[in-house]
Design a protein around this ligand. Sequence first.
Ligand SMILES: [Zn+2]
Length: 292
Amino acid sequence: MKYFEGLCPRCRSPESHFRLHGTYYRKCDDTRWRRFRCMNCQHTFSQATGHPYCWSRRRDLHEVLPFEVGSAKALRRIGLQYRAARSTVLRAVERVARYLEPILAQQLANNMACGEIYFDEVEDFIHTRWKPVSIAMAIAADRSILGLRLAEIPVRGRHSARARAKYGRRPDQRASARMELAKYVQPALKVDVTIKSDKHPAYASLWRKVMPEADHQQFKGRRARRDGYDELKVGGFDPLFVFNHTAAMLRDNIKVLSRKSWCTAKSLRGLERVMIIYQYYHNNYLVPPLPT
Ligand SMILES: [Zn+2]
């Protein structure tokens, strides 16, 4: 296994210029790794050079993070359980997210020709309710999360004037986040894909632009049920149940998204990393049918 794409990390010479340069022992996971020297620039490097986990001594954390983050555990509690400092867990989250992002993109590319998707947004906040964010998601009919994008949004409602005085005016990044997400999932969709969403006026023009041939069906939004994490709706059959149920799973399985919790996300980028890790866990462990 190599992570430097067969090219010298410094001068991009091809593999024919490499000579073997001994090995080294990695203590944290008891493995031995080969080193190379580039005959063009004399730079030395190893099989592990360029890997997102390079230089990490807490590979045990990288292994357990998707399971723990996807099982409603706070990052500080993960640190307590695995005897790691808070900053170590944060660094591990960053590395794992960086490692999983291309894997998710690859899985999306393999999952060609989706015939039906659900598209909507979930609202949450960073640090306090006065700093709301929106999470745009595209969900396939088999419940896997195709992609998600986070956006800062302006505060609304009763205390919005006080919130603006305290934290300043917030930009509305929703339109660009939605467009970015639509373009990200677009290659994995059938030309005549069925897109189901609520009656948000911006969704119609967005999908007309990105997927002009698509059959876009919009359904009237409904009041939230008292149970169901404010995501499941009242009444009988819900045409957007796939999205709403996945949103409820997010609320149940990600600690910082849970309702009435003491635990809050501290930064947009941090929340994004947790969401990437959860997306991987959701698509690969929660959604596929359990073995019987
Ligand atoms: Zn070189």
